[in-house]
Write a protein that binds this ligand. Sequence first.
Ligand SMILES: Cc1cc2nc3c(=O)[nH]c(=O)nc-3n(C[C@H](O)[C@H](O)[C@H](O)COP(=O)(O)OP(=O)(O)OC[C@H]3O[C@@H](n4cnc5c(N)ncnc54)[C@H](O)[C@@H]3O)c2cc1C
Ligand code: FES
Ligand code: FES
Length: 476
Amino acid sequence: MTGQIHFILNDRTICTSQPTGVTVLDYLRLSERLTGTKEGCKEGGCGACTVLVGELQGEKLVYKTVLSCLLPLGELSGKHLVTIEGLNQAKLSPIQQALVDYGATQCGFCTPGIVMSLTGYLLGEATDINEVGIKTALDNNLCRCTGYGAIKRAGSALVQSLGKEEVHNLETWIDKGIIPEYFRHIRDRLQQLPQSISASENGKVSPEFTIAGGTDLYVQQGDILANSKVRLLNRSPQMKGIKTEGNSIHIGALTTFADFANHPAIIKLIPQIQTYIQRIASHTIRQRATVGGNIITASPIGDVSVMLLAFNADLVLQEGDNARKVPLREFFQGYKKIEKQADEILTEIIIGIPAVATQFNFEKISKRQYLDCSAVNSAIFLNYDGDVIARISIAMGGVAPIPLFLKQTSNYFLGKRVTPETITGAFPILQQEISPISDIHGSANYKRLLARQVLIAHFTELFSEFINLKDFYATN
Ligand SMILES: Cc1cc2nc3c(=O)[nH]c(=O)nc-3n(C[C@H](O)[C@H](O)[C@H](O)COP(=O)(O)OP(=O)(O)OC[C@H]3O[C@@H](n4cnc5c(N)ncnc54)[C@H](O)[C@@H]3O)c2cc1C
Ligand code: FES
Ligand code: FES
């Protein structure tokens, strides 16, 4: 579906009637012939297609690294798109020079993406350029020639040469040659650009596809989205962000994983959220993937869905002026089958704030520690009355066709003290309640074993002073 999309591509103002659902990657390579942005996996997993997108937030121009293979062109409306060609200057930027100096490029296919990710990191950091930040910024960039040692050394050199400065902003990065001169005028130029696409693009016709962050949909349906009617939810700012109202936390469905993990209300509820979130996708994906998208995708291993199940969250679904509430625990009906009408939009997710002190833990088992799907994941949420469990809910993914609330296993624990015997007593109930299948993440038997292990892990993690691994494994 087409409309007039206005944006700035590097130094050029663009007005295009290309389809809004076409990926920015295809647009760049096929229409603009800007082939410095590489096509690797087209699934968000390699970083070869990384670009920068700059957006006005009030008076401020904010840049983020984005994977162009998962980004619909229509989202560029009113924004600044920067590709590797747009960083070209008379001489190499300090980032490019560091990669050259440390021999951090071999075949070079991944190098443009790495330069973009490092540039995005610098533009986003006002004061504290450090090696941890550089490593995180590159967590979505694969280099199949395994030049990682050299890339890391180049990153360390950048920290040494740039990290000690007091305050950085776009002007100082221009002065240091990180970005070209034309960036000085982008803010004023964006203010002049039309922000909307066209009336028909904004939902007047019934769309075939609804796109939030696109991190699931483009992987599954990337080839057909370019020629389909699409509704870009990210053009509705009211569905973003988190607010606390009375005893509830309201999470806009378009809240990204990154914003979810950084919000004070979520940090209060899940004190370890910053640790858990590192295990979910990558830094770049977390800035696009939405909480709502994780639920609607209904993947049996959706990490955020499993966390929200443990909190007994409610969903608000809306079609036109009609809104209804559905408990998340009743939302997943079968494999990828959800309690939602075709035209309904998930607008927000509501979690009750517990009145008493509670404990929460999340476990994720995957083949790789980072940037990998769960084989099995699980969240537990509980509190006590005296020394017995007064409230508990355990959710588990990868053990059924849906992200599963373990109702019977949770009920078993109610009113019991936390002892090794109590936990062991839950094993048969757990095994009877789950129904894993063999797939690429592991065999059914392996997942049954993992289900038991993550249950043990919850309790050893939360009650380490009196529950430990020796209670369950004779050989330990
Ligand atoms: C490299 C990579 C790594 C990943 N790692 C993880 C991981 O570790 N853990 C994990 O759980 N997931 C992971 N994912 C999957 C994905 O990022 C998440 O499922 C994400 O939450 C999807 O959200 P989205 O906004 O991108 O959804 P989209 O792709 O935009 O949409 C997904 C589906 O939901 C629908 N939809 C989205 N929002 C709404 C709404 N508000 N109302 C109605 N329908 C809606 C869309 O129509 C579509 O059918 C990964 C994905 C990639 C590409
Ligand atoms: S092509 Fe691999 S992340 Fe986009
Ligand atoms: S230099 Fe070859 S893939 Fe990175």
